[in-house]
Design a protein around this ligand. Structure first.
Ligand code: MD3
Ligand code: FE
Length: 259
């Protein structure tokens, strides 16, 4: 099994990424999954048995995408932005703007504004047009890693400038909370935090780097998490710098979990 990691107060370990056993629908070349074992450094991994710890397991696939696969994804996103430009969501009730800019691809997209709050809808909040369809390369990543037969309906595209961050939150606007969320990081590194299902549960921190994939499933699906900060200038993938995070999601109910 490719690294199933649990957070807690345990010893530092050196996780070794192995090729996921779940790649069935596509060749590793098409989605650019490395075949070699990679020794990952600087990653705080914690002991599952740590008793005080509430935090759930998720799958962390560091450096899962090759450089060419990452470049291809950035090009796809560039295309998407031409018809579905980045917008800046606002907090429900207060209307405070997010520092992260967003857009979506897929049948549904996540949006938020003062009047309507957090929600999914089929149209871009500024242009009013349907969101562009999900690129085949993203669907291939979902099929390889989600372990979920139903296809993703939404892909939220987050763009972080050097000063953007995302406060601790749960993702629970989806009707189907049993399906996993698959996250792909591109560009500059970021400090990610994840805790348990209560806001006050202890948090662990992990550096998300370009090409890393996370699969949030099981109890980790409802874990509090966020981005503390972006490490500007740590990647040359995105021409003008910054960080992109893609999260593929099921929104409506789906049955038949694992592929
Ligand atoms: C844990 N995005 O879009 S990705 C989000 O880097 C979001 O832009 C962050 O949180 C980002 O909602 C974190 C990792 C991630 C994504 C979704 C999750 C972690 C998650 C959903 C549930 C639990
Ligand atoms: Fe989230």
């Amino acid at each position: 099994m490719c690294g199933v990691y649990r957070w807690g107060a345990g010893p530092r370990q050196w996780p070794i990424r192995t090729t996921p056993a779940t790649i069935r629908h596509t060749s590793s070349l098409q989605i650019g999954v490395h075949n070699t074992r990679t020794l990952v450094t600087e990653t705080l991994i914690v002991d599952a048995a740590s008793p005080q710890h509430k935090s759930p397991a998720f799958r962390y696939l560091p450096n899962a995408l090759t450089e060419p696969a990452q470049q291809a994804l950035v090009a796809e996103i560039g295309n998407i932005l031409l018809s579905a430009p980045l917008f800046r969501p606002a907090m429900p009730r207060t209307g405070t703007p997010f520092s992260v800019q967003m857009t979506n691809c897929g049948r549904l997209g996540w949006v938020s504004d003062q009047a309507g709050g957090y929600r999914y809808q089929p149209t871009h909040p500024v242009t009013g047009r349907p969101f562009p369809s999900m690129p085949a390369s993203l669907l291939a990543i979902w099929r390889a890693h989600a372990g979920w037969a139903a296809e993703p309906e939404a892909c939220l595209i987050n763009f972080y400038s050097g000063t953007a961050k995302m406060g601790s939150h749960q993702d629970r606007d989806e009707a189907d909370l049993s399906a996993p969320v698959v996250s792909v990081s591109l560009g500059d590194e970021a400090v990610f935090h994840v805790g348990g299902t209560k806001r006050t549960d202890p948090k662990a921190r992990l550096i998300l780097r370009s090409g890393d994939i996370l699969v949030l499933e099981g109890s980790s699906r409802l874990a509090f998490h966020g981005i503390d900060r972006v490490r500007t200038g740590t990647s040359r993938l995105i021409p003008d710098g910054g960080r992109i995070n893609l999260t593929m999601r099921r929104v409506t109910a789906s049955t038949a979990p694992t592929v």
